[in-house]
Design a protein around this ligand. Structure first.
Ligand SMILES: NC(=O)c1ccc[n+]([C@@H]2O[C@H](COP(=O)([O-])OP(=O)(O)OC[C@H]3O[C@@H](n4cnc5c(N)ncnc54)[C@H](O)[C@@H]3O)[C@@H](O)[C@H]2O)c1
Length: 341
């Protein structure tokens, strides 16, 4: 049976541990320099290692790397060097260059690298992708993504969350951008404005972007972690019980023959009439889905066992990070920026 170690037992790492248990996948060990991780490991009945090298020496079958972004490169490369498949939390790395190094090393060594863009594992997302590809919206024309949420002051007590690169663009909008890429294809160019006017930290606390896709779709995206509002994937998807649920949507896609609101899965069309006086009707896509972190853990175990391909590979994580990097560059240049190949 595949045994997976979790490196970084913080906010998301502890959720990965629970997801592995729910998926019936044995946990190999918990890796974290913080002494409090020993209790977490004990709760799961597995060894605690203070560093990744010590854990890798005991041969886990895979590692979920849920450490701070700046550690992703070294952690992933250490796993790849000893032939251990690794699922790296998003963003794949702190920089595009580091992400490229991870993907290149994984490909050269033939070691699977996955990225933790867990939304791809949600049933309603898979259903939406199938229906878009089947032409339910006609030709996609436009999209709008919303991430407005209020992070409490205490969230920023952890030093790395105030450090450059830990703002809501890299931490949160990257999820929306990956979802947009999953549903609409590659990003062609980006324009964006960011501001830190609410908290005054080095990182932005809100931003707006205009994203053009290769397909011609034009998307507007809003991101803020300083606004009280019900429109974020976190609050609307109900996939993480930590967030209070709302009955709203966070992503809208419009096409020549219909439109879609997610994650509620409302698919609107007028029966092909394309006539503003014809009543439009709503179909609700089914969202039968396990916890997406559980589905992601199962995909990782299946990839390790050679039974599946990654739902979100390292290369996909790199492409999403490259698109986000273009967006961040656009906030600085004030011009049009393109993802680097
Ligand atoms: N998929 C998601 O929805 C999601 C949500 C939150 C965070 N994340 C990502 O997960 C990662 C961790 O975020 P978090 O909010 O859980 O952070 P966190 O600060 O809560 O936890 C990070 C943990 O890593 C440990 N750590 C630090 N250096 C380490 C090392 N060298 N080896 C092992 N452990 C080490 C820390 O002690 C801490 O316990 C980040 O990349 C973040 O972007 C993803």
């Amino acid at each position: 049976m595949t045994r997976i170690a979790v490196a970084g037992a913080g906010l998301i790492g502890t959720r990965h541990l629970d997801a592995l248990r729910l998926a019936g996948i044995p946990v190999h060990s918990v890796i974290d320099p913080d002494p409090s991780a020993a209790d977490i490991a004990a709760r799961h009945g597995v060894p605690h290692h203070a560093d990744l090298a010590a854990a890798l020496a005991t041969r886990p079958d895979g590692v979920i790397l849920s450490t701070p972004n700046t550690h992703h490169r070294d952690g992933a490369l250490a796993c790849i060097a000893v032939g251990v498949p690794v699922l790296v939390e998003k963003p794949l790395a702190a920089t595009v260059e580091d992400a490229r190094a991870i993907v290149a090393a994984g490909q050269a060594a033939g070691v699977p690298v996955l990225t933790g863009h867990y939304r791809r594992h949600q049933g309603v997302v898979a259903a939406a992708r199938e229906r878009i590809e089947a032409g339910a919206l006609g030709t996609p024309v436009a999209a709008h993504a919303m991430f407005w949420i209020a992070k409490p002051d205490g969230y920023f007590d952890t030093a790395w969350r105030r450090a450059p690169g830990a703002g809501p663009l890299l931490v949160n909008l990257i999820h929306d951008l990956d979802l947009l890429r999953f549903l609409l294809g590659e990003v062609e160019s980006v324009r964006a404005i960011a501001s830190n006017r609410v908290r005054g930290f080095e990182n932005e606390d809100h931003a707006a972007a205009l994203i053009a896709f290769d397909s011609g779709v034009i998307c507007t995206a809003q991101v803020s972690d300083a606004i009280v509002a019900p429109w974020s994937w976190e609050m609307t998807s109900h996939d993480n019980p930590a967030y209070p649920p709302t009955d709203q949507n966070a992503l809208w896609i419009g096409g020549t023959h219909g439109s879609l609101a997610l994650p509620r899965g409302d698919l609107w069309d007028d029966g092909g009439r394309r006539d503003w006086m014809t009543p439009i009707r709503r179909e609700t896509l089914t969202r039968a889905t396990p916890d997406p972190l559980v589905a992601q853990a199962r995909n990782f175990a299946d990839v390790i066992a050679g039974r599946a391909t990654p739902v979100c590979s390292g290369a996909e994580g790199l492409a999403t990070l490259a698109a986000l990097d273009a967006l961040i560059r656009a906030t600085r240049s004030g011009g049009v920026e393109r993802p680097t190949p």
